[in-house]
Design a protein around this ligand. Structure first.
Ligand code: NAD
Ligand code: SER
Length: 320
């Protein structure tokens, strides 16, 4: 094994919804020079690009990926590059190449260079046959292209841990709600878009039914969970290390619209379900995260009120 001696951190997909905030948190904790952000997009004005070291890098290009690992002295990869559910349904072959092929690039580099890896999974691993309150361990039969790539990703990650001893960890994120970067082509995007539209136009046409209940989480909780999982002693993590369930808040689209209306005078919301309703209907209502609580002390902090207050304050501040 050609081990690198590096201890810097590489973030793939760093210009996305999670990367924008994870890079900021990692730079604040470990120092600007310790973190190399990368993405396939070129966005010279993006805060991640302005705020520190940035490399243009596609996770599909294994040779380029290997070169960056060696040149930058990388020891840990936060692998966020992916196509989310709506994009994956539109571009299934690309989703397979990025979500599965890209993960293989990262895991192979981890094997060659003794890297630690964080690779997120999703509530989309569950399918219509999962219980509404999704347990950690249950048959995973997703009906979306995206969900299938995530199930394959968990299987691959577990194999690299079992066969090669690679320290791979992951979380099945719920739908994430944040204001610093736009949501990137997912089904749960309505829970982000509603805040932008409420403040800009006082109205939102929601693309799922009013009674659609999904597991969601405020981004600060998700970033804290990610870093806590990577800080946890390896011996405290079991077979679920590649896809821990974590719960935040579960609410219906109508409950969210009511909470927004309580804060934005005269806000109105219409419900006009489209094809994304099918994806939402295939996912559970809520998540059992008992194992994450036991193994590494996970606990969410934001409820619906705290989330709405933070979103509105954050969007109002960033528009000044
Ligand atoms: P996002 O779409 O906002 O960002 C993904 C980034 O990956 C984009 O910046 C995109 O340019 C980049 N990318 C796409 N193809 C690439 C390639 N070939 N090489 C390098 N970069 C590439 O997604 P996100 O919300 O930040 O999600 C990050 C991870 O978290 C994904 O694995 C996603 O499945 C998972 N996740 C997200 C959510 C959520 O609600 N945001 C929920 C569950 C799981
Ligand atoms: N938020 C993601 C999506 O809707 C779930 O992984 O695609």
């Amino acid at each position: 094994m050609e081990a690198t001696t590096g201890n810097r951190i590489l973030v793939t997909g760093a210009l996305g919804q999670i990367g924008t905030e994870l890079v900021e948190a990692l730079r604040a904790r470990f120092g600007i020079d310790a973190v190399v952000a990368s993405d396939v997009r070129d966005m010279p004005d993006h805060p991640v690009v302005i705020g520190g070291h940035y490399r243009h890098l596609s996770v599909i290009d294994a040779d380029a990926f290997d070169a960056v690992i060696v040149e930058e002295g990388i020891g840990l990869v936060y692998h966020l590059a992916a196509l989310l559910s709506v994009s994956a349904e539109k571009f299934p072959e690309l989703a397979e190449r990025v979500n599965v092929g890209g993960l293989i690039t990262v895991l192979e580099a981890a094997r060659k260079h003794s890297l630690r890896v964080y690779t997120p999974s999703s509530i989309a691993v569950f399918g219509p046959d999962s219980p509404n309150h999704a347990p950690q361990v249950t048959p995973l039969n997703p009906t979306t292209v995206y969900g299938r790539t995530k199930v394959t990703g968990e299987r691959l990650a577990r194999n690299y841990w079992n066969q090669y001893g690679i320290d791979v960890r992951g979380i099945r994120y719920p739908g994430l709600i944040s204001y610093k970067a736009p949501a990137g082509g997912g089904t749960t995007d309505y829970a982000v878009d509603i805040f932008h539209e409420a403040l800009a136009n006082g109205h939102y046409d929601c693309f799922v039914r009013a009674d659609t209940r999904l597991p969601m989480m405020y981004m600060d909780d998700a970033i804290r969970a990610t870093i806590s999982l990577m800080d946890a002693p390896a011996e405290s993590l079991g077979e679920s290390r590649v896809g821990y369930n974590i719960a935040g808040i579960s609410f219906t689209a109508a409950e969210l619209a009511d909470a927004v209306a309580a804060r934005v005078p005269d806000f109105t919301c219409d419900f006009k379900p489209d094809v994304r309703q099918e994806y939402a209907d295939s996912w559970p209502d809520s998540i059992d995260d008992e194992l994450a609580r036991q193994d590494w002390g996970w606990r969410a902090e934001y409820d619906l009120d705290a989330l709405c207050d933070a979103m509105i304050a954050g969007l109002q501040l960033s528009s000044i």
